[in-house]
Design a protein around this ligand. Structure first.
Ligand code: TXA
Ligand code: MG
Length: 317
């Protein structure tokens, strides 16, 4: 077990960024904001730091992690970025897109980053603090969402501290995350394949490719390990596609289907994604009664929202 620490809350200024970089380069774990969710950062070339991420999250398996870098130059030092992957990088980075790419032999990443796979998931986040921090560190930083394994992802500093306070060195406080769901993950088979719906709508990727995006299917030869069915789980049980709350349930509304809280009263999927994890955290903190969730359309960011909600509602083991 790693030592228990007093987790520092760092201000979003030059001193806070410098302290965060110093802690990371010393092997520490620092949570930092991205436009999607807060990440639990560790330097990707540091075996001990990467191992501590799994320990702090209580991850049951060594799922591969996403390496975060500030720009395309830094990407090209760790991975092969060619063909369609390069086109998508040009179109969407920095932004809420992760590409699974062949790892360069001289990348120098800890083997735990990719869990033994010949590929590495790479992302260039579009958040000013993440950008400044990655430049200050000067090395790739792996960052899964900064929550205990299987729990709701954090979109605010308070969520990070509630889940991981005392187990990590610091959190860089950037206020709420704008997108609110994790990045969309695309792999190459060699055709582009959607591995995880997320903050970049699939439609935008298909527009850029000028072709439909293949979906991940069993036996497609490419996998997104860690897509456990019961994930993002609040303590309370979750019921989907509700039209009204049943007795004893609390209702999370969407659009005209209102509730105790509403993901977006106007039915805006961007607003709903940004609110999703914060509202699930708030409902979870407020009690144990089951949570009924209104139907969310399966289009644009609705795909990512529904993916997270289905996992929250999946049977627990
Ligand atoms: O928005 C995000 O992507 C957030 C923020 C913090 O950047 N990060 C995040 O990381 O969601 P994480 O560790 O929860 O997501 C990693 C997932 C794995 O579970 C797996 O599905 C996929 O990325 N992945 C990573 N490396 C892979 C590889 N080599 N091949 C296939 N899938 C991979
Ligand atoms: Mg996560």
């Amino acid at each position: 077990m790693a030592d228990v620490h007093d987790t520092e809350t760092l201000a979003p200024d030059a001193a806070g960024i410098a302290r965060a970089a110093e802690l990371l380069l010393g092997g520490g774990l620092v949570s930092f904001p991205t436009e999607t969710v807060y990440g639990l950062g560790g330097v990707a070339t540091d075996d001990v730091a990467v191992a501590r991420i799994f320990e702090a999250k209580g991850r049951p398996h060594f799922n591969p992690l996403i390496a975060h870098v500030p720009d395309l130059d830094a990407v090209s030092r760790i991975a092969e970025l060619t063909g369609r992957a390069h086109d998508l990088a040009q179109a969407f980075w920095p932004g809420p897109l992760t590409l699974v790419l062949p790892t360069r032999p001289d990348a120098g990443l800890s083997p735990l980053v990719s869990a033994g796979l010949p590929t590495v998931a790479v992302r260039v986040p579009d958040h000013p603090l993440a950008q400044k921090l990655l430049r200050a560190v000067g090395r790739p930083v792996v960052a899964p969402s900064a929550n205990p394994s299987g729990r709701i992802s954090p979109t605010e500093t308070a969520h990070v501290l509630a889940g991981l306070g005392g187990q990590i060195e610091a959190v860089l406080d950037g206020g709420p995350c704008a997108v609110g769901v994790e990045s969309t993950i695309v792999g190459f088979n060699p055709e582009p394949v959607l591995l995880r719906p997320g903050g970049l709508p699939t439609e935008a990727i298909e527009d850029a490719l000028g072709a439909p995006l293949a979906r991940r299917t069993e036996g497609a030869g490419i996998n997104a390990p860690g897509q456990l069915a019961s994930h993002y789980a609040p303590d309370a049980r979750v019921r989907l596609d509700a039209e009204t709350a049943r007795p004893g349930e609390r209702m999370l509304g969407f659009g005209a289907v209102d509730g105790e809280m509403n993901l977006s009263p106007s039915g805006d999927l961007v607003e709903a994604a940004a609110n999703l994890f914060r509202m699930l955290h708030a409902l979870d903190r407020a009690g144990d009664a089951p949570i009924a969730v209104a139907k969310v359309p399966e289009t644009g960011l609705g795909r990512a929202i529904n993916d997270r909600l289905r996992r929250a509602a999946a049977p627990r083991d």
